[in-house]
Design a binder for this molecule. Structure first.
Ligand code: PNS
Length: 160
């Protein structure tokens, strides 16, 4: 059983994340999308809302959603995952991802990090940019699922 975790903040999930989840689902028997519980950050959406939004848009039966806190490698061990998936967009992602992958390997050499690239139209996408554009009245249709767009508007402007 090849099990991978796809960890992140997912505040909120974008079509880039979704693209990666679908690619990973074709490679692994089970993919767990793992939403980080991070009390140090002030997210736009609660962990529960983020989990709900992900559940609404995942299609593959071998994908499930979970939350975690503490060390990622400990969570991976706990759920029996051999692989951590991270999406890599531009060169700018590389340094941080490289550091994290090697630190995680140091913490647990049996867990492998695999980098995957999203489809080309999503290579510039980030949750942070999407939130900023939406907050300033820009159009985010096509870069986040419709349900996420609606919830973002509700959150930011009090209406869909
Ligand atoms: O979507 P993000 O915010 O880039 O995801 C970052 C995440 C959740 C993968 C990272 O912050 C993480 O793994 N946090 C858990 C704590 C941990 O294990 N830290 C050490 C990483 S080397």
């Amino acid at each position: 059983m090849r099990r991978a975790i796809y960890p992140g903040s997912f505040d909120p999930i974008t079509n880039g994340h979704l693209d990666l989840i679908e690619r990973a689902a074709r490679l692994f028997d089970e993919v767990i999308v793992a939403v980080l519980i991070n009390p140090a950050k002030t997210p736009l959406f609660t962990v529960e809302e983020r989990v709900e939004m992900i559940r609404e848009v995942i299609r593959s039966p071998q994908v499930r959603v979970d939350t975690f806190d503490g060390l990622l490698v400990e969570y991976a061990r706990r759920v029996g995952a051999q692989v951590i998936i991270r999406g890599i967009r531009a060169i700018s992602d590389y340094e941080y991802e490289f550091q994290m992958a090697l630190m995680n390997r140091r913490l647990d050499p049996t867990i492998e990090t695999i980098f995957m690239m999203p489809a080309e139209p999503y290579t510039y996408l980030s949750s942070r940019l999407v939130k900023e554009v939406c907050a300033l009245g820009g159009d985010v249709a096509g870069v986040v699922p419709p349900g996420v767009e609606r919830r973002m508007r509700e959150k930011l402007f009090g209406k869909a």
